[in-house]
Design a binder for this molecule. Structure first.
Ligand code: F1P
Length: 305
């Protein structure tokens, strides 16, 4: 499957990071725009930028297309893997007309977004055949985060991929038919993206929440068929939540430093690496269900209105 190749080539993609020198300025206000996974990249970016003294917001392409309450910003960064999602293209047009500087980020050469934006970062080497966005998500996020501080993602990625395969290949995935992703701040964005992957590739029932919010209602649906993916920051309370979920019969996969799937603690900058086990989990669940993860039901590679 293309999807598996695209997940597995993440280390190769990350090896190209030093060819890019995109950088953010503390003097400017950024607005991220995208749909689906591309929106999730923007969500994660605004969390990490704001935490590090920068100013950033995120909106869906659809919101900008439909409404006029656009936050005052200097630079709009429009992310679209295919370069063709209608809402993102329409948003680019509207923002440019308003005088905002527009930067398009895409992995498709000669796509519509490149005609709409003033500047473009075209990552054609990261282009994907699969309908579902995987490796290119990790690369775009890593490239943008390296615009804040340079991180050595490549060196961690191979081991994380290997460990993810080892751990996820040993899960009895046929047991689970409900997937819950938990995380705070940028990990909330990762949880949203994790839920989307399991939904797109494997047509599963999914949820995403902040960890402690899970007890405030959603936990009522927890059964022994629930797999909880905890994108933990390693707090005591998150550990306690894991124990509580397990007491109720759920299974918890923890993604954190010194945990089942070990991800280095890089103060949030580890976000791209956290996607590797999640994408692999989506792929494996699709295979176990007998679905083709390359072309999921009801979905097209780019949504056109
Ligand atoms: C956005 C998107 C993808 C999703 C699916 C439909 O595409 O929502 O995130 O996986 O393929 O389109 P794009 O604007 O990033 O090309």
């Amino acid at each position: 499957h293309y999807t598996l190749d695209e997940i597995k080539r993440v280390p190769n993609l990350l090896n190209k990071l030093n060819e890019f020198d995109f950088s953010f300025s503390k003097e400017k206000k950024y607005l991220f725009v995208g749909c689906g996974s591309s929106y999730n990249i923007g969500f994660i970016m605004k969390e990490i930028l704001n935490k590090n003294g920068y100013k950033a917001k995120v909106l869906t392409g659809g919101h900008i297309m439909l409404f006029d309450d656009i936050p005052d910003s200097d630079v709009a960064i429009l992310i679209t893997r295919t370069g063709e999602s209608t809402e993102t293209i329409q948003a680019a047009k509207k923002l440019r007309q308003k005088g905002m500087k527009t930067i398009g980020i895409t992995s498709s050469k000669n796509s519509s977004i490149t005609q709409q934006c003033e500047e473009n970062i075209t990552l054609d080497f990261a282009e994907e055949k699969s309908v579902v966005m995987t490796g290119s998500f990790v690369f775009i996020l890593a490239m943008l985060l390296n615009g804040i501080v340079k991180n050595d993602y490549y060196n961690y990625s191979e081991k994380i991929l290997e460990d993810s395969e080892k751990i996820i290949d040993h899960l009895t995935l046929e047991k689970y038919e409900h997937f819950v992703f938990l995380g705070y701040d940028e990990n909330y964005g990762i949880s949203k993206e994790g839920a989307l992957k399991l939904q797109e590739m494997a047509l599963q029932y999914v949820e995403y929440h902040e960890p402690l919010e899970y007890r405030h209602g959603p936990i009522s649906r927890l059964t022994e068929k629930t797999l909880v993916v905890l994108n933990s920051k390693g707090t005591k309370e998150e550990k306690k939540l894991k124990d509580d979920i397990e007491k109720l019969g759920g299974k918890v996969l923890v993604i954190s430093s010194n945990e089942q799937v070990e991800i280095p603690d890089m103060k949030g900058f580890e976000a791209p690496l956290r996607l590797i086990p999640i994408q692999y989990l989506g792929y494996k669940k699709a295979i176990q269900m007998g679905y083709n993860p390359d072309s999921p039901k009801n979905l097209s590679k780019s949504v056109k209105l």
